[in-house]
Write a protein of this length. Structure first.
Length: 96
């Protein structure tokens, strides 16, 4: 069960969430009560970010999408995961 979402009824999506600013945004958004979809290329590092977020904000839903958003198939996989969800916050932090 998720914590009460303090921002609205939707999700926060963070691209480039494996490290740096993306990981920091994920932590802060989770602490505000937003469920997260985290996207990045490095599955092990994304998993570490999810574990850290869940320690900081227990009960927050965190889903991972592993892939390179510069590739059409990986971008389509992210869009498929997001399909039908209300998105309150998008942090487009993916590198080029």
């Amino acid at each position: 069960m998720s914590k009460k979402n303090e921002v609205g009824a939707g999700w926060a999506v963070v691209t480039g969430a494996s490290s740096g600013l993306g990981a920091l945004f994920a932590e802060k958004l989770a602490q505000r009560g937003l469920p997260l979809v985290l996207a990045g290329r490095d599955e092990a590092r994304l998993t570490e970010v999810r574990q850290r977020v869940q320690r900081l904000a227990p009960g927050i839903d965190v889903e991972l999408v592993v892939g390179d958003l510069g590739r059409q198939a990986d971008l389509e996989a992210l869009v498929a995961v997001l399909n039908g969800r209300v998105i309150d916050v998008l942090v487009n932090n993916a590198g080029f």
